[in-house]
Design a protein around this ligand. Structure first.
Ligand SMILES: [Cu+2]
Length: 158
């Protein structure tokens, strides 16, 4: 009797997994609430252009808000149209505040985080990313002095 119950539980478990949203397996190597970086060619990748520009000494990031669906793979193409170094880091507000604090303490530390890119002046970088979780996230520049003053972009995943 007990064996039958376990078998039934296993079958219903399988059915549930098949009905779950089609989100590819999360790589446990990464631990970002916003999702994970993905490499290579994907059947369906959404190209998204983000531009950092200088408007009279003030950094303007466009667009200010982006909306995606859970599971969506996005190829960000981020252009830094300014004369200074900036960063594009994807995360929750808490994650980005933590990274900003780390950079403030150790400004010379080279960042190896895979949820962002460092942009040299007048350059374009790319980041292919899959949004695994729903929620509100942000993209920000966490360079010391910038993190405190520059505007941030908002990402909503539904
Ligand atoms: Cu910046």
């Amino acid at each position: 009797m007990l064996r039958i119950t376990i078998a039934a539980a296993l079958i219903s478990g399988t059915t549930f997994a098949a009905a779950a949203p089609r989100v590819p397996a999360v790589d446990s190597h990464y631990n970002y609430a916003a999702g994970q970086p993905v490499k290579g060619k994907w059947k369906s990748t959404t190209p998204v252009a983000v531009v950092y520009s200088d408007k009279g000494g003030k950094l303007v990031i466009t667009p200010e808000q982006l909306k995606f669906k859970r599971g969506q793979v996005v190829k960000f193409s981020i252009r830094n149209d300014t004369a200074v170094k900036h960063e594009f880091v994807l995360g929750t507000t808490t994650e980005n505040l933590g990274h900003a604090e780390t950079m403030r303490i150790s400004p010379d530390l080279e960042r190896h985080e895979v949820n962002g890119r460092v942009m040299k002046p007048n350059s374009t970088v790319e980041l292919q990313w899959q949004f695994i979780n729903t929620g509100k996230f942000q993209f920000a520049c966490l360079v010391p002095g910038h993190a405190e003053t520059e505007s941030r972009g908002e990402v909503i995943v539904e």
